[in-house]
Design a protein around this ligand. Structure first.
Ligand code: PLP
Length: 388
């Protein structure tokens, strides 16, 4: 029974205040950073809570507990990168286990899954998860794990997590959702039926483009413990300083998301009206194929979008040379706005054929919308578009 005098903290309160003013030694308000790689035993055969930094670290655990609460999971593991978080799930599978993954997933994810499959560590099948027939056919092959990425990168396709999770579970598969593009401020996959949530904390959770990190949150305590042990066995746990910085970034997650989403909505509407733009991919636009599902399963439409230039690759070059306030760089989710050309940057390794199947054209540009003033961002884009 919830205690009416002590109701649970709301998510934005957890992000802002988790671990604040809990320092028993000096009453430090900001949580201290523990860098020590090893811990003194209390005596013969008397390990304390922590013994060795690869297996456990107080700073890393604080971030893990904050993320587990935010995602509504039972526990979490903090890893050295988003790829390490994904690989924690993949490398734990048995040889021959099948992963059903989206055909338009992040390029690095596709590279990892193919590399693991090529070495016989698992099998992988890529399907268009918005195609019910393709999903049903994939599930007939009895996958051990269904990986969902929604909205997808870079085309912002939205998949119905609850519906996919229901079908995957009926087929006996575990369900993992990569929630990097939205963060728990906007989407909480465990409440929709996921068993695991994966993050590149490099992105919105840290939010300041100064950490590479990852996290995996498990719905069940037993799975969380197993993942924690597996991370210690393979040694993919994250560095304490990175965890400390990420917890610091997490404080402002909800406020950042609010402003960044609002900027993204204004930019999507602007691009949608511009004659040099042939297509805008943003679930916040009423004409987007995933608008209804996104409205239902998300608390906002996120701050990522992509668009296609009518003038093809020449237009892309001119735009990139003339746009202001958007830095040409990979990654996303920071306070600063970025523009990326997926075909030559984030998704180059996929190869032209896989890109064509996924619908990623050479005219496509992806924006990570930051915290700058909306008017400046639109003026900066206007400058780039005027040159195409
Ligand atoms: N998942 C998604 C959706 C991503 O966009 C990325 C990186 O861009 C990753 C995972 C991998 O994360 P990291 O770069 O932290 O290893």
């Amino acid at each position: 029974m919830p205690d009416p005098d002590n109701p649970p903290a709301r998510p934005s309160t957890i992000a802002a205040a988790f671990g604040v003013a809990e320092d028993a030694a000096y009453g430090a308000v900001a949580p201290p950073l523990y860098l020590s790689s090893t811990y003194e035993f209390a005596g013969y055969d008397q390990a304390r809570r922590y013994d060795y930094g690869r297996a456990g670290n107080p700073t890393r655990d604080q971030l893990a507990d904050a993320l587990a609460q935010l995602e509504g999971g039972a526990g979490a593991v903090i890893t050295s990168s988003g790829m390490a978080a994904l690989d924690l799930l993949v490398s734990r599978l048995n040889a021959g286990d099948l992963i059903l993954a989206p055909h338009d997933c992040y390029g690095g994810t596709m590279r990892l899954l193919k590399a693991r499959a090529d070495r016989g560590h698992c099998a992988v099948r890529f399907v268009d998860q918005s195609d019910e027939g393709a999903v049903a056919e994939g599930l007939l092959a009895s996958p051990a794990l269904v990986l969902i990425e929604t909205p997808s990168n870079p085309l912002m396709r939205v998949n119905d997590i609850a519906a996919l999770a229901r079908k995957a579970k009926a087929a006996g598969a575990a369900v993992a959702v990569d929630n990097t593009f939205l963060s728990p401020a906007v989407q909480r996959p465990i409440a929709l039926g996921a068993d695991y949530v994966v993050h590149s904390t490099t992105k919105y959770l840290n939010g300041h483009s100064d950490v590479i990190g990852g996290a995996i949150i498990a719905a069940s305590a037993a799975e969380a413990e197993d993942l924690r042990q597996w991370a210690s066995i393979v040694g993919s746990t994250g560095a304490p300083f990175d965890a400390w910085l990420t917890l610091r970034g997490l404080r402002t997650l909800f406020a950042r998301m609010q402003v960044q989403q609002s900027n993204a909505m204004a930019i999507a509407a602007f691009l949608d009206r511009h004659p040099a733009v042939s297509k805008v991919h943003y679930p916040g636009l009423p004409g987007h194929a995933g608008h209804a599902v996104a409205s239902r399963q998300q608390n906002g439409f996120g701050a990522m979008l992509s668009f296609e230039l009518a003038g093809g690759v020449d237009a892309v070059r001119s735009f990139i040379a003339n746009v202001r306030f958007f830095t040409l760089a990979e990654s996303l989710g920071g306070v600063e706005s970025l523009v990326a050309h997926p075909a030559t940057m984030t998704h180059a390794d996929m190869g032209a054929e896989a890109r064509a199947i996924a619908g990623i054209s050479d005219s496509l540009l992806r924006l990570s919308v930051g915290l700058e003033a909306e008017q400046d961002l639109i003026a900066g884009l206007q400058r780039g578009l005027a040159a195409v």
